[in-house]
Design a protein around this ligand. Structure first.
Ligand SMILES: Nc1ncnc2c1ncn2[C@@H]1O[C@H](COP(=O)(O)OP(=O)(O)OP(=O)(O)O)[C@@H](O)[C@H]1O
Ligand SMILES: [Mg+2]
Length: 245
């Protein structure tokens, strides 16, 4: 089982759009895929139009006594299941702080899914916290969508510093550019600068209205616009990520 967390300290950078499209592509390739929506906004769950299922509060997700099947909902797509989120996911961060069980708790919870799934994709909330530390420890790749702006350079450095402070394996951190607008000089300059960094995938996601339309169609891009440029961009990026696994 390979776990990929779509993460950024910043909000609104395309974590959910990427999680939904990558989970879809993984499942389409025939990989048993689990999308874990950890964000209280429940946006991934919304895109797949599944009802929130995890009853009994957030503690149930971490409890070793919970049957994993009680947490999972099937989507309309073959090979693709989801753990939904709602507002109660806010409590996960507090719970991990309170438990003071360090960074391994989420990894233990995830290990229950290793027999059933080949790929787990985690749609993370923004922020740096006990939850982020647990997610980083549990994941094989921490995949950071990044809009090529100067502010992103700062958050990128903050995330790398967090990895170092918490003694996490920095080689897990990989990035790709998203919402790219090549009419902007700044986007060009920052991409040129960061492509020298081995941590960046060469494929990127431009700013495209078909990605925004996911909110209208409530589905991954490839499911409603299979021949679109947006679908090809996600597919090329996913191929590059998969090659590196
Ligand atoms: N490549 C893109 N081109 C155009 N719009 C995009 C692109 N990627 C994401 N969006 C739009 O930008 C908004 C934010 O995207 P998304 O919800 O994926 O970000 P997020 O990082 O998950 O946000 P949050 O931090 O709130 O969870 C959404 O309206 C989405 O449709
Ligand atoms: Mg999101």
């Amino acid at each position: 089982m390979t776990t990929i967390a779509l993460y950024n300290l910043k909000g609104g950078v395309g974590k959910t759009a990427s999680s939904v499209n990558m989970a879809y592509l993984s499942a389409k390739e025939g990989m048993k895929t689990l999308l874990w929506d950890i964000d209280p906004q429940g946006s991934s769950s919304f895109y797949f139009q599944v009802k929130h299922k995890v009853k009994g509060g957030i503690k149930k997700i971490l409890s070793p006594d919970t049957d994993p099947e009680d947490l999972i909902t099937a989507t309309d797509f073959e090979n693709l299941d989801i753990i939904t989120a709602d507002q109660s996911a806010k409590g996960l961060d507090l719970l991990l702080e309170e438990m003071q069980t360090g960074k391994k708790r989420l990894k233990n919870a995830l290990s229950r899914f290793s027999k059933k799934y080949q790929i787990v994709i985690i749609d993370c909330p923004p922020g740096l916290s006990a939850l982020a530390e647990n997610i980083f420890f549990a994941s094989d790749i921490v995949l950071m969508p990044m809009i090529p702006t100067t502010l992103s350079l700062r958050t990128y450095q903050m995330v790398k510093d967090f990895f170092k402070d918490r003694d996490l394996d920095l080689s897990k951190l990989m990035c790709f550019f998203t919402m790219v607008d090549l009419r902007k000089n700044m986007h060009h300059e920052i991409m040129d600068q960061l492509f020298k960094d081995k941590r960046f995938f060469s494929n990127y996601i431009p700013y495209l209205s078909d990605v925004e339309k996911m909110g209208v169609h409530l589905s991954p891009v490839e499911a409603f616009a299979p021949n679109s440029y947006a679908a090809r961009c996600y597919s090329d990026l996913w191929d590059e990520i998969r090659e590196g696994l």
